[in-house]
Ligand binder design. Structure first.
Ligand code: GMH
Ligand code: CA
Length: 160
């Protein structure tokens, strides 16, 4: 009792190689899917995948679209992620919304989760909260951020 018999060891080995085979098939399938998605709709950076829905919607609608798809609105956490989003914007020739906003407290920009932002890439003189109604953030082809009204319609880019 406690020792593994030769038969049990044999069974375990066969099970391990079956699992390895399935793992390889899964890896191949996921690599293929990723290539197909990236071709027209997105960019990958590190573990993150940024994918556009190709439509322009207000912030709330964009948030719902991304959440329903199992993701969230694109929120760059570093220069590499910012650049990946910028590339989608250049490719689609549209201006996108980021998930970052100061809806809760004016001037205190946060991720949709409520966490404080640890990276920013504001255009010069931004955020300016023009007319006192700019609580969302848009990214044009420069990759630089501008605060903008959440009611405006911008390209939806989600992150997964
Ligand atoms: C003002 C000016 C512009 C700036 C816009 C923008 C609106 O109109 O300061 O230069 O681009 O605001 O911040 O969101
Ligand atoms: Ca602004």
């Amino acid at each position: 009792k406690g020792d593994i018999s030769g038969l049990e060891l044999d069974l375990l080995k066969r099970q391990m190689s079956a699992v390895n085979l399935q793992l390889n098939l899964l890896r191949d399938a996921s690599t293929k899917l990723k290539k197909a998605i990236l071709l027209q709709n997105g960019r990958s950076v590190g573990e993150k995948l940024f994918v556009t829905h190709h439509r322009e919607l207000n912030y709330e609608a964009a948030k719902v679209i991304c959440a329903n798809a199992g993701g969230s609105i694109a929120s760059p956490r570093n220069a590499a992620e910012n650049n990946a989003i910028k590339e989608i914007i250049v490719q689609t020739e549209k201006v996108a919304f980021l998930g970052i906003n100061d809806l809760r407290t004016e001037g205190d920009f946060r991720y949709p989760s409520g966490e404080e932002i640890g990276y920013s890439n504001w255009a010069s003189k931004e955020p300016n909260n023009e007319k006192g109604i700019e609580d969302c953030v848009e990214m044009p082809s420069s990759g630089k951020w501008n605060d903008r009204s959440c009611g405006d319609k911008r390209l939806v880019i989600c992150e997964f």
